[in-house]
Design a protein around this ligand. Sequence first.
Ligand code: HEM
Length: 519
Amino acid sequence: MLRGFPGPGTVSVVSGHVPLLNDPKRPPHVLVKALSEQYRGIFRLRLFWRQAIYITDPFLLQEVFAAERAGIIEKPVAQLMKVKGKTERNMFSERSGNYKWKLVRKAVAPAFSTANLKVFHHHITTVVDNLIACIKARGPSVPVDIANITQRESFDVIGRVGFDHDFGVSRRIDVSPAFGGEPDVFDVFKTMLGETGKRFNNPMRFLSRTGEASKGERASMRVLQMSRQLMEECRANKDLDERSIAAHLLQIVDPTNGKPLTLDRLEDEASVMFVAGSETTGYSIAWTLYLLAKHPEAMAKLEAELDEMGLLVTPARPRPRTFAFADISKLRYLDAILKESMRMRPVVTGGSLRVVARDLRLSNGLVLPRGITITGSNLSLLNNPTLWEHPERFMPERFEDPEVVYVERASPANGNAHVEAAHGGAYDGIADYRGSANKALRYTPFGNGMRNCVGQQLAKVNMPTALGMLVSNFKFELTPETAAMTMADLETVRGTLQFKDGLYMFCTPRDAPAAASSA
Ligand code: HEM
């Protein structure tokens, strides 16, 4: 069945296309983008004995997500960081067909409602205020690792908004090991994520017995312990806000035994919120600041917008009013900047990894056979020159048109005629979910379908607030070393699309004497 799928010729008889993915000159996310353009949205790779189909055509993806709703596409059970003796899963790693996934997703989704986030917005401004004070304390001449501090900010926001707990890691930007201090909970968490990212890139790494791998496993256990303690604290807290994520998790009753979720399950659910939510949000804010530093005209437009809203620090307004929840929907250009930044640098580059539960025929005639792994690629979908005008250019203005998130079908056919021609026969009795609409979603940084990002509303509130407040308070400038590097040199994928060695910038307070005179 897979013969009809286009793709590069075999490179190694044993490992298939693995050598292509290990080419240091072309990292996997760049390779996948190139292949997705070459094979126009669908292709096959073999990684040892496993075959994987990459789908980046928005119309084909639409069919896949329709099939997911019908239970024909499943999420593979992926526990990258296995902890000894631990069998429970969490919302992220659970199969969609499992009742516990539905139970938890349904219970937790309301915690991210606009009404709740409005009430919790003061937590975000407090965390960013702490961060601003910390950056100021370092002084303008010492570069700050923006990628580190924005993740600390997101970590603290999830702690406060989701679990009524202040980890305070955004008040400690100078005391972590990078500055010769003791590792805090965030550093342990990052050690775990670093190892998870490496296992994501190399599934055989779990066999590794290096000191680094063991350190990653120990960090994993500590993060689970921290999450367990957090949930125990929340359970004992009589004043726990009933709108928090923790309260929603604690209210769940398992219909199979009439009991609340076990602590084993709760600790996993709590930790996945930090895992899925802090690196993603933090790096998205960091990429946006990087792109703004590279595009002074966009930065100037944003400064003007913040000024007009009374938020920018200026000589005439050294202490502007507090950033309000209502500002988010009014800051249209900031919204466009964030969307464009997430288009160009989607932190979840790969996107949905799925398995096919029943043979599925696509509208191009190809059949995805039962058991095959399929994966999307956000990076390819969001930067494909046949789908986006000048995808390589940072143009926030494109998001002034809300319809830009969709692509229209050019003709009734789906543009994969070459694939159709390559496929000969008809397949009787095979599930057939053709996309019916004439337009499909092409903008999916938060995923698509029923397993899309449950926490996206929190990110959509946190990102503009943090970015708006940071830009209102500081002028950001890349260090000369960073400015001299290309984006390709700076970036790497370790689970998420991130900066290889941090993102160092000078942050000059707008109320500093020199900055104030030039503002
Ligand atoms: C810019 C920030 C974020 C980005 C880009 C992002 C992206 C994504 C994507 C692409 C998925 C789908 C993965 C798939 O299809 O398999 C996802 C799922 C998920 N995200 Fe996010 N996310 C962000 C922030 C957050 C936050 C703040 C939270 C919670 C505090 C969160 C919690 C989750 C969870 C629990 C899932 C799994 C949902 C399920 O499988 O039902 N994310 N995210």
